[in-house]
Design a protein around this ligand. Structure first.
Ligand SMILES: Cc1cc2nc3c(=O)[nH]c(=O)nc-3n(C[C@H](O)[C@H](O)[C@H](O)COP(=O)(O)OP(=O)(O)OC[C@H]3O[C@@H](n4cnc5c(N)ncnc54)[C@H](O)[C@@H]3O)c2cc1C
Length: 491
């Protein structure tokens, strides 16, 4: 077995979580290597190309990237802020259009504009709107000051830890206001009954601060991160999955890769799902109860995604996203479809549709892998995609000539990024699951840290914040403040 000069830290997974952690540590002069199972780095951030059209996977839009806003500060620190071609949404219209069965709501940019839109749409809700806006502004301030990374733990009102549904019922909002506010919980794959108000408000506030779309592809974004890692001296090893975490007693000692290659390090950052990490840990390092808890974690709702090429002359690109939502009598939204109609190049545009689809719906193909699932799987994907296209025609009018270019399922995501049951946003951070998730704070080995979307929060903003959080845990608050935190505000 080959061994080589020890690294200061090894990072498992080259999604935005792993790559950003690698860049921060490299900036601190750690000798790092990021290990990726796939031939190409980037995880969910890297889209793919079909029929000459770039299809996004995990970056449809993101928030808080305006000047001095938290994502921009962190991206600038990582050296990718300037390299990222992104366009600001909501400049001449909404960011999102929510189409309910009996009314429409346009999500504007800005907290004040949001307050005005809510007040004019739901005048009888003026009291809850004032409370909610107060809490949203507080969350926007917390984000802007990056308080979650500062030494002072922010004070959180008790209400912020309630499930969204309980919070909104407590405030006696009308069902329509409940419907509008519920949408943001779906951004993280959570129902209103599961989503803690804290996450909901953080996500909603970030998009109200400013919402952005990539102008280039997800591959360009991934390559911007890869280039910064290389520039800072970090290594990237692709096409060789991490197979086992090696330990000496209670201390991390390194990684064995699937190829048999052994890399030594006294620190490992796992930027992959905790269930994946569990399988890599040496026997006996995790207490049986802790292992049972991790194995039993419920994951976020999985998805079915269909991409169609449409005629650009008859179906021009839209600057906003559309959500078609079906609320129940209480205003909760068990069903809906997300649409994005983007420029696809030349005379074609890309219509992306995303809807919920549980892993169990695809269980018959569970034992198969991408590319080898057979004709019946392909037929089922096409059937569902065509069904979605039919629904899309109710919004966009005739889509005759639309050509399916790709569709993917929870199985695709499972195989692509090792996400158990194809969960798009990892472990479900529900109020119900909070107590069980405390096991993740008890590290089974000294020198093992968690990053990625499961560390702190999902989404681009949450995941990158999780990378800074992981580094803070590794180097300690004092050094973090001196060498990282102040530099986030260095202009
Ligand atoms: C369909 C979809 C749409 C989304 N849309 C948005 C959006 O519009 N806006 C937004 O903010 N967020 C969105 N998200 C969420 C966002 O993409 C994720 O929160 C974020 O990309 C997660 O990054 P990560 O680094 O934690 O994980 P990943 O990107 O999953 O990275 C994990 C990496 O680890 C690798 N890996 C796994 N196991 C091993 C192993 N054993 N050895 C080595 N490597 C391994 C994987 O191959 C992968 O590259 C979306 C997600 C999905 C699925």
């Amino acid at each position: 077995m080959e061994t080589e000069k020890p690294f200061d830290a090894l990072i498992i997974g080259s999604g935005i979580g792993g790559l950003s952690t690698g860049i921060i540590l490299s900036r601190l002069r750690y000798r790092v290597a990021v290990i990726e199972k796939n031939p190409l780095p980037g995880g969910l951030m890297r889209g793919y190309s079909r029929d000459g059209i770039d299809c996004p996977v995990g970056v449809h839009y993101f928030g808080a990237f305006g000047e001095s806003q938290p994502l921009r500060r962190m991206f600038d620190y990582l050296g990718v802020g300037g390299a990222l071609a992104a366009e600001r949404m909501g400049q001449n219209g909404p960011i999102d259009r929510y189409l309910f069965d009996d009314f429409t709501f346009d999500l504007p940019e800005g907290l004040d504009a949001f307050a005005e839109a809510l007040e004019s749409s739901f005048p009888e809700d003026y009291r809850p709107i004032a409370t909610i806006l107060g809490n949203l502004c507080a969350m926007a301030d917390l984000q802007n000051s990056l308080s979650f990374l500062s030494p002072a733990i922010p004070f959180l009102k008790e209400d912020l830890l309630l499930p969204l549904s309980v919070y909104l019922m407590k405030m006696k909002c009308t069902s329509r206001l409940r419907s509008v506010l519920s949408v943001a919980s779906r951004w993280m794959g959570l129902s209103e009954q599961d989503c803690p108000v804290l996450y909901h408000h953080l996500a909603l506030a970030s998009y109200l601060l400013s919402a952005w779309r990539l102008v280039g592809s997800g591959a360009d974004m991934a390559e911007a991160f890869v280039a910064q890692l290389a520039k800072r001296g970090g290594s990237l090893i692709c096409n060789d999955p991490a197979a086992a975490i090696l330990a000496e007693g209670k201390e991390v000692a390194g990684l064995r890769l699937a190829s048999g290659r052994v890399l030594k390090a006294s620190r490992i950052v796992a930027a992959v799902h905790p269930k994946t990490v569990l399988m890599m840990l040496p026997e006996g390092s995790v207490k049986p109860l802790q292992a049972r808890r991790i194995r039993g974690f419920a994951d976020t709702e999985s998805l079915f995604v269909a991409n169609f090429a449409v005629d650009a002359r008859t179906r021009p690109a839209l600057p906003h996203n559309i959500y078609r939502l079906h609320a129940d009598s209480e205003g909760w939204i068990p069903a809906g479809v997300f649409y994005q109609l983007r420029a696809g190049g030349k005379d074609r545009n890309l219509l992306t549709m995303i809807t919920k689809s549980s892993f169990s719906e695809w269980r018959r193909w569970e034992g198969t892998t991408t590319g080898g699932r057979g004709a019946d799987y392909r037929e089922e994907k096409i059937r569902r995609a065509e069904c979605l296209l039919g629904k899309a025609e109710e919004i966009f009018g005739s889509l005759a000539g639309a050509k399916i270019i790709d569709a993917y399922t929870p199985l695709t995501l499972r195989d692509r990024v090792n996400s158990p049951c194809g969960s798009p946003y990892g472990v479900m951070r529900s109020t119900r699951q909070f107590p069980a998730m405390a096991v993740l704070h008890r590290r089974p080995l000294n020198g093992l840290f968690f990053a990625g979307q499961n560390a702190l929060a999902p989404g681009i903003l949450g995941t990158v914040m999780g990378s800074f959080h992981a580094v803070r845990q590794m180097i300690g608050q004092e050094r973090f403040d001196r060498d990282v935190f102040v530099k986030l505000f260095a202009g």
